[in-house]
Design a protein around this ligand. Structure first.
Ligand code: PMP
Length: 442
């Protein structure tokens, strides 16, 4: 059948949707056809408040003129430049600008096209680094339960989401996991960083003893785990991981795909927690979601180990056709301009208290068993319906969509992460709608 002849039902057949049950979606399709500032426009003409910055990415909001213009101009000027053995000025300019945003020694930037690619890139760099300094037995990675590091084989292996792993059989060899730090028995309704649980970091010592440090290349964690429902690290936890890694020659990787670019009220989680890892993965907010792009920040010692290494290690044998794509670079540079001009990288800090108070005002709504927040991230955990996990939160998602609010759910947790341009009035509207949604669902 020709595409032009296909009717709407047939159109819904061909596209195999990511992380979506197509058959369920087909029964109740939800389509966005436009986006501006804090709102999406639906195919039936409604304005939906974006409570999730798309998928944690549109930090500057939607349809921002400066970014749109930069992308249009770049496509007209030079659509593409080969990524290998050739350069173009904007990639160098962007890398230098990004590196200047990170504390030293995170001085070098490798470009990718997504968070998943950033993660697999960082894991490969960690392995290559260990070899280049004569530590080739260090091939093991330590991830964390309930961690999400994208969809590549590296990412699902170090990740700790059972559903993302069990369909696929073999993972990378030699991976172990720290326990997650989500502890409702002690930390329910925490505001900001939970005070209990720093001792979860000591589990890393147990894994070092079990495997021996000489086998471990790197530890990878999300500073705040987003996709599994906003798990905020206990006070002191990340600092302690850093100490243990330092003691044992293990690299520390922060996956800042969600926390990067202002989400916590600082440019990066590195700044918020005052912990400097050896590698940082980013994506999403780097272009405010406008063009796919990711980046890995590398410590100087890692970069130098490749550049000063023996001949066969003089370059990194890794890269993507679209690494440092000119249009993505133009979008990222205009995004950084927008963030800077509007103070968006620190705006979440000034809104954080208002956000926290609004979020925690939902404590008495039905089914709520926990609320947690940091910067402009929030989560509301609901009591699952017996025998039907995820159903309750998903009905909240559907009802919210009908009531003109976009939220995200994972398991029975509602996750919120609005664009950083949100106003106090829109925060009130968001929580007002959410209150009526929670009161309405079974
Ligand atoms: N790491 C983290 C922490 C993420 O949250 C995500 C996406 N939500 C990814 C990696 C994967 O990013 P992408 O979907 O761009 O591949």
């Amino acid at each position: 059948m020709s595409t032009s002849a296909s009717n709407a039902t047939n159109n819904l057949e061909a596209f195999w949707m990511p992380y979506t049950a197509n058959r369920q979606f087909k029964q109740n399709p939800r389509m966005f056809v436009g986006a501006k500032d804090m709102h999406y426009t639906t195919s039936d003409g409604r304005q939906v408040l974006d409570g999730t910055a798309g998928l944690w990415c549109c930090n500057a909001g939607h349809g921002r003129p400066k970014i749109v213009e930069a992308v249009q101009k770049q496509i007209a000027e030079m659509d593409y430049a080969p990524a290998f053995q050739m350069g173009h000025p904007k990639a160098f300019e962007l890398a230098a600008r990004l590196a200047a945003m990170m504390p030293s020694p995170l001085d070098h930037v490798f470009f990718t096209n997504s968070g998943s690619e950033s993660v697999d890139t960082a894991l490969k760099i960690a392995l290559g680094y260990q070899r280049s300094i004569g530590q080739g037995t260090r091939t093991r990675f330590i991830g964390r339960e309930r961690g999400y590091h994208g969809t590549g084989f590296g990412g699902i292996s170090v990740g700790g989401i059972v559903a993302n792993r069990k369909q696929f059989g073999n993972m990378l060899n030699g991976i172990d996991h720290l326990p997650h730090t989500h502890d409702l028995s002690r930390n329910a309704f925490s505001r900001g960083e939970p005070t209990n649980g720093v001792e979860y970091a000591e589990e890393l010592i147990r894994l070092v003893q079990l495997h021996d440090a000489s086998t471990i290349a790197a530890v990878i964690v999300e500073p705040v785990a987003g996709s599994t429902g906003v798990l905020i690290p206990p006070l002191g936890y990340l600092k302690r991981l850093r100490e243990i890694c330092d003691q044992h020659g293990i690299l520390l990787i922060f996956d800042e795909v969600i926390t990067g670019f202002g989400r916590l009220g600082t440019p990066f989680a590195v700044d918020y927690f005052d912990v400097v890892p050896d590698l940082v993965t980013t994506a999403k907010g780097i272009t405010s979601g406008v063009i796919p792009m990711g980046a890995v920040f590398c410590a100087k010692k890692i970069y130098d180990a490749f550049m000063d290494g023996p001949d066969h290690l003089i370059e990194l044998f890794h890269g993507y056709t679209y690494s440092g794509h000119p249009v993505a670079c133009a979008a990222a540079l205009a995004t950084l301009d927008t963030y800077e001009e509007e103070g968006l990288l620190t705006r979440a800090a000034s809104l954080a208290q208002y956000w926290e108070d609004g979020l925690h005002s939902l404590k008495d709504c039905p089914h709520v068993i926990d609320i947690r927040n940091l910067g402009l991230i929030g989560a509301i955990e609901l009591e699952p319906i017996a025998g039907e996990p995820t159903k309750r939160a998903f009905s909240a998602f559907l009802k919210a969509y009908d009531d003109n609010l976009l939220i995200r759910t994972t398991g029975d947790i509602i996750a919120l992460s609005p664009p950083l341009i949100i106003s106090e009035a829109q925060i009130d509207e968001l929580f007002g709608t959410l209150r009526s949604v929670l009161n309405a669902i079974d």
